[in-house]
Design a protein around this ligand. Structure first.
Ligand SMILES: C[S@@+](CC[C@H](N)C(=O)[O-])C[C@H]1O[C@@H](n2cnc3c(N)ncnc32)[C@H](O)[C@@H]1O
Ligand code: SF4
Length: 451
């Protein structure tokens, strides 16, 4: 192994370990006795996140907060979501952008439509993104959302029949051929369609990955996202049972291969590629530093605090109906952690505008992140140019590693709230409680930051 490789490996491990430490050791979740309300700061731009926690099927790698779909339950849930939206409006919030995540957000089209229409009536929302599985993208279904949904990301995961069978999506969503046909028909109905694929699955071959790239490009959606497989204690066993165990970790090699094959695309962030130069943001944590989450298990990031809505559907519904705040827990961050978080999300998105960063954070990045910036420069992960801090190719890979680590932290939060009894036992939980030492392999989860 050459000197450069040794340095890069060291840098990746160092970055990974630091993130793990701050997430696992530093994340204090406070279960709240007293209700806290979400309050807007004047002149702050927020994004609205709405969670739709229903799926027809549960995929082994996925740890998002979800329930098996039942129509009646979903109808009640959407009504509660709209009620929470009205309460947020009364509290004085306004939004220019909305992200609906799941689960499968198009699982009940009429209810989703009512919810999006209301969001546009209440707030100055200019763009809406939603997520779907491939069973709800029939052009006739999608047409009702013209003028409402601007960007729809569709989970494909792989175009290999072998992988689709292993993750139990083949029977539910169709073979690779059938998926391609569904996707081709859906193109052009909404302004932006994004295909979501996962790479570095256990035993995935280089050929399978190149096949995914080729097919995805041939369908020509506006955007293609390649998530690195994220594993956490919540999904590790299910992944091993379905896809097997693989001693080799191809994340770095496959990431290089993906980037090489998308050199004719515009890279919208470390793992998403756009067909044209349009600013196709994906990870809302990257494009919005502050967001408000509504729905069961939704996270909000407001005034430097992570606020967590009730996960249990009945609790959530009762609180909203009683006009009580559905926030059940919160987690505060130090100023330094917030500065690092914003720096990472902007770098992940392509670059940090130094003047804007300093103004927004009332900080001096060169002083406050002195050590971090110099270490990243030393390993050739970032450079400065025209008032911007930009990632090199290696820097983009570090961003990818740190971002998947960040989502692992979110999975830890979900793991705590899966166990109601534990919440009752303890008012203040250290997230470290159930995990002794952070584990330094690829041990993380969940690409879209909510729930
Ligand atoms: C919340 S899911 C919603 C998509 C939709 N329900 C579906 O299954 O097609 C959004 C995307 O996150 C990605 N994802 C979920 N779990 C992941 C994991 N463990 N590692 C990497 N990506 C993951 C998948 O690409 C998935 O399509
Ligand atoms: S990948 Fe989609 S369908 Fe599968 S469990 Fe996750 S949210 Fe549900």
């Amino acid at each position: 192994m050459g000197f450069k490789n040794v340095i890069e490996k060291f840098a990746v491990n160092y970055a990974h370990n630091s993130m793990q430490k701050s997430l696992y050791n530093g994340l204090n979740i406070n279960i709240l006795d007293n209700k806290i309300n979400k309050i807007p700061k004047p002149d702050t731009e927020y994004m609205l996140y709405a969670h739709v926690p229903f799926c027809h099927t549960f995929c082994p790698y996925c740890s998002f907060h979800k329930y098996h779909y039942e129509q009646e339950l979903a109808v009640h849930y959407f009504a509660n979501l709209r009620e929470e939206m009205r309460q947020v409006k009364e509290a004085g919030f306004n939004f220019t952008s909305m992200y609906v995540g799941g689960g499968t957000t198009l699982i009940n089209e009429p209810e989703l439509e009512k919810t999006l229409v209301l969001a546009k009536e209440l707030f100055d929302i200019k763009d809406i993104s939603c997520e779907s599985d491939p069973n709800h993208i029939d052009p006739e279904n999608l047409k009702r959302f013209q003028g409402l949904i601007d960007r729809l990301s569709v989970g494909v995961q792989s175009f290999s029949d072998d992988i689709l069978k292993k993750v139990a999506r083949y029977d539910r969503f169709g073979s690779s051929e059938q998926l391609q046909e569904k996707l081709r028909k859906a193109m052009g109905v909404l302004p932006t369609i994004s295909l979501d694929l996962i790479f570095n699955l256990p035993n995935q071959t280089r050929e399978q990955l190149l096949h995914d790239v080729k097919i995805a490009k041939s369908i020509a959606p506006e955007q293609i996202t390649f998530y690195p497989l994220m594993k956490s204690p919540l999904t590790r066993d299910a992944i091993a049972r379905s896809l097997g165990v693989d001693d080799s970790d191809n994340e770095r090699e496959f990431y290089e291969l993906i980037c090489e094959n998308f050199s004719d695309y515009h890279q919208s962030n470390a793992w998403a590629f756009g067909r044209d130069n349009a600013n196709l943001r994906d990870e809302y944590v990257g494009s919005h530093h502050e967001y408000l989450g509504i729905g069961s298990g939704a996270f909000s990031f407001l005034n430097g605090e992570l606020l967590i809505n009730a996960f249990n559907l009945l609790d959530y519904g009762r609180m909203v109906k009683n006009h009580e705040s559905p926030v059940i827990a919160k987690c505060s961050f130090t100023k330094k952690d917030r500065l690092k978080y914003i720096f990472l999300t902007e770098l992940f998105d392509g670059g940090v505008d130094i003047a804007k960063y300093n103004e927004f954070n009332r900080a001096n990045i060169h002083k406050e992140l002195f050590v971090e910036l110099n270490l990243l420069k030393l390993v050739n992960a970032i450079y400065e140019e025209n008032g911007m801090i930009k990632p090199t190719f290696f820097g983009k890979y570090i961003c990818l590693v740190l971002m998947r680590d960040f989502y692992a932290g979110m999975d830890k939060v979900r793991a705590i709230f899966k166990d109601d009894a534990k919440i009752k036992r303890s008012k203040k939980l250290r997230i470290m409680e159930e995990n002794t030492e952070p584990n330094f392999d690829n041990s993380v989860i969940s690409p879209k930051a909510a729930v």
